[in-house]
Design a binder for this molecule. Structure first.
Ligand code: AFP
Length: 297
């Protein structure tokens, strides 16, 4: 079977980028091991005002420390850190954006959570998503999987007992499909969002939503459909973050032939103004997103 290292070699990925991707993927082992001993929910809040789980801060510190010592990275922007972390003395030519542990409120109920990462070349993290060099997520479910794109399609790997990532499927295509999941409280949804979801339901769409973006997106990637976290009354920017969540997941979705949108335009074309910026998100099957974008506000 093909390992992730062999896959990256076949794709002609630059050696330092391949090294960085593999280094990040290796952290799934320590992160999985930490789940049992770091189950508490802290009293601290992140920059978005959300309660941090112990695993949020643990994963953040762990990955940041590993990357800071790697010599491959110059900047790290994390959902769990207010400021962008500068790797002093590093000549690394990549900047990393990450949600170290997405879906952390689900650790207590043992549902799938993950690590989301985007990699840019150069010393800057406020970039359009379509400038990304690579994006990946690690999903901690019954298997540990790595979903990866270096800009030439999407590949899915699973981690074997010996720690190696083995290719399960290359050139993944995000199909048209009928699963949908939407965050937010229905009474607070906008009129456009409510009528779109109601129309999908009338056509037989089936609701599946866990509350872990990375896990909910993964089933959309495989089965097709729509993941949405919309604008809402009182929350016009929704809940999810453009830089740490939308851009890496959107890069993977579009590399698989799907789309990501804020409801009216492609999120990968938007230049973030600040790292913790939020955005409404619609990601999934191309046809569904195009239908939504064509609707009047
Ligand atoms: P946590 O990491 O705090 O659990 O937040 C997860 C998340 O950012 C994203 O992964 C989910 O899709 C979304 O929030 C869930 O939000 P709701 O609890 O409002 O459905």
């Amino acid at each position: 079977m093909i390992t992730v290292q062999e896959y990256l070699g076949e794709k002609g990925c630059e050696a330092d980028l391949a090294e960085l991707i593999c280094l990040i993927a290796e952290q799934a082992g320590p992160i999985r091991s930490a789940f049992i001993s770091h189950q508490r929910y802290a009293t601290s809040l992140n920059t978005s005002g959300e309660v941090q789980a112990e695993m949020d801060t643990w994963s953040d510190t762990h990955i940041t420390t590993v990357l800071a010592h790697s010599g491959l990275v110059s900047l790290i922007a994390s959902e769990e850190q207010e400021k962008v972390y500068e790797c002093r003395n590093s000549t690394g030519r990549y900047s990393v954006v990450m949600d170290p542990l997405d879906g952390s409120s689900l650790i207590a109920v043992n549902l799938a959570v993950g690590t989301i990462v985007g990699i840019y070349e150069g010393r800057s993290v406020l970039r359009k998503g379509n400038e990304m060099k690579a994006a990946l997520y690690l999903l901690y479910g019954p298997m540990t999987t790595l979903t990866l794109s270096v800009g030439s399609g999407v590949a899915l790997f699973s981690q074997a007992d010996d720690g190696r990532y083995l290719l399960m499927e290359d050139s993944i295509t995000l199909p048209e499909g009928t699963i949908y999941g939407s965050g937010g409280e229905r009474p607070k949804w906008t009129k456009k969002h409510t009528s779109f979801i109601t129309a999908l339901e009338a056509e037989g769409a089936k609701s599946r939503y866990s509350g872990s973006f990375v896990a909910d997106f993964h089933q959309i990637l495989r089965y097709g459909g729509l993941y949405a976290y919309p604008a809402a009354h009182g929350k016009p920017e929704g809940k999810l973050r453009l830089v740490f969540e939308a851009q890496p997941i959107g890069f993977l979705a579009e590399q698989a032939g799907g789309r990501i949108s804020n409801g009216s335009s492609d999120l990968l074309d938007i230049l973030p103004e600040e790292v913790h910026q939020k955005t409404p998100i619609y990601v999934g099957s191309r046809g569904i997103i195009e239908r939504l974008e064509a609707l009047p506000e």
